[in-house]
Design a binder for this molecule. Sequence first.
Ligand code: GLU
Length: 508
Amino acid sequence: MNQNIRVRFAPSPTGPLHIGGLRTALFNYLFARRNGGVFILRIEDTDQTRFVDGAEDYIIESLEWCGLIPDEGPRQGGGFGPYRQSERKSKYKRYAMQLLESGHAYYAFDTPQELDSMRKEYESRGETFVYDARVRESLKNSLTIEPQEVEEMIASGRPYVIRFRFESNEEIVMQDMVRGEVVVNSSTLDDKILFKSDGMPTYHLANVVDDNLMAISHVIRGEEWLPSLPLHVSLYRAFEWEHLMPKFAHLPLILKPTGKGKLSKRDGEKGGFPVFPLEWKDPISGEISPGYREEGYLPEGCINMLALLGWNPGTEQELFSLDELIKEFQLEKVGRSGSRFDPEKTKWFNHQHIQLMEDEELIPAFQAVLKVNGVDTDESRVELLVPIIKPRIDFIHEVWEESWFFFHAPDTYDPDVVKKRWKDDTPGKMEQLAEALEQCEPFTAESVETVVKGVITKNEWGMGAIMNAWRLLLVGAAKGPGLFDLAAFLGRDEVIGRMRKGIRKIVK
Ligand code: GLU
């Protein structure tokens, strides 16, 4: 393994993992594997107020479902642990102190109430309050209060935060592997909180410190973190770690099916598609959000679909296995603009990945669906069914809908089809066909086809009309796979039985 390439997926366990998060994990994984590097899972749980029970397990299970197994993480361990930030709590304070000492940070004692009234006052003037270089000199912090007094305030247990001190009016120049050079003026930024007197770092400090301590070489994350980049880059510079700074790649947003705005949970609810890999039950409200796994999607299809949201292989190829993705993936081929999520295309990927599976692999899944529907049949029968039904399904759970008539004779006959296909002379023709089939030996798809076509040709009947009427007798509707395959599966007695039953029962 190449320890110089180390990437991390760093989710916060604040709820179920959105498919956008899963795509971030996937791109990190692909980048690591492609370069022989290390894929790390780090749980960013410093904000205890947003902690949600079960979210960490959910994230890990989602990654496992997709086969994205970390090399280092809370379950695997590793040489850079612990991999949960709450267990690293004791590490962060000294870094906040280092910034205080070098003048890149300062204590601030303004209470939430004070800040709130400040905000309101600004608002009443039609302005926005920002804790920045312009106002910090007039607020309650260690830039305005004497050092002696600051020490006393801290000693007396007065709550404080430590804020990053941005220079005023400085051009911060950054490089991003997806967007190229990004320049932001520090006057547009606020002095973000890095650390609180309860001993907890905020996301920004913990994230940068851990990336450094874990020797992360590339930070690959969603575009929503791009606004944090100036602070993160400034932190690296303030720590004098710039030579160790990872390369950054901010992935484009996954957009709503309409192409306008970021894909949200609500879009899924409205459009009837999941936005989470696994089903999620909210531990407080009990609300259930559907998951790709439970809806019958294959992880292979989901991964393939996600890979192409933002990454472009540069060829026409659309179907990729995880191994093929590893071979092809390049961060340079990630585009800048958001990618529209297409629920129909996701189904298409699922269909395609079912087709890519060997028939044999599908037997147990088919058998399970049949069993649930009361059909306990042996493997040799299912083996015949798989190649016939496989091309007709997008999901395994559709097996029954597409194949029930392999096991049960129809009891009813679609009246629309009867009206259209059942003519006065049809019963006689069908009887003649049944008589011919009684003599068909062996009763295989090929010989049935020869016999049926022979009868049609001899009598100069129309092929379409006969096949449609025959289908009505065997299936009860105008649907289903090729009739010769179906007939061979059913066997002579069942076919003749269904034909005679239908001839008796169908009345126009
Ligand atoms: N904890 C952040 C998140 O929830 C991590 C962002 C990053 O990768 O830096 O996505």
